[in-house]
Write a new protein. Structure first.
Length: 168
């Protein structure tokens, strides 16, 4: 069985909403397949949570109007997991911001983490921008379908159960 872990960081509720919508879309789309999906907050996540699933989805909004990842996501990725080895694990990301430039900066931060920790990008990043981030339900469903299609068609058994041996 393949697994997808969604880790999100949200202060205003937007990233939590996106995480919940993606989880719902993935569960609905994977009903006939054997894919396990779970969602958790970055503030509650441990290093081990980054490598316990076959595919990791990271979702973050900007840090209170600044061009930085949410402080909880930053603390997880660049403090608690600063020396983690993703060991080729597939990682996808979603960046939320009021403007496109900041969303792209957030995506670059995710990419820096993925590259520095031996992860592999999985599907194109999803950038959600604008004042009404709740208006992207269709885009989120399409992205979830694309993600699930990649999980079902691109993960091979050798990838699925390869786990890095690090302490929790």
């Amino acid at each position: 069985m393949s697994s997808i872990r969604i880790i999100y960081a949200s202060t205003g509720g937007h990233a939590k909403y996106v995480a919940n919508r993606l989880t719902e879309a993935l569960i609905k789309a994977s009903a006939s397949s054997s894919v396990m999906i779970d969602t958790q907050q970055a503030s509650q996540s441990r290093r081990r949570d980054l490598i316990d699933a076959d595919v990791l989805v990271l979702i973050s909004s900007e840090a209170q109007g600044e061009q930085h990842l949410n402080q909880n996501m930053h603390a997880l990725l660049f403090d608690r997991a600063k020396d983690i080895n993703l060991d080729g694990r597939w990682v996808a990301c979603v960046s939320l911001s009021g403007d496109e430039e900041t969303a792209e900066i957030l995506t670059k931060k995710f990419q820096e983490f993925i590259d520095a920790h031996n992860g592999r990008p999985f599907v194109s990043p999803l950038l959600l921008t604008g004042k009404d981030l709740y208006a992207y339900d269709k885009e989120m469903e399409q992205w979830a379908d694309k993600l699930l299609t990649h999980v079902l068609h691109h993960l091979k058994p050798a990838h699925i159960r390869k786990k890095a041996g690090i302490p929790a």
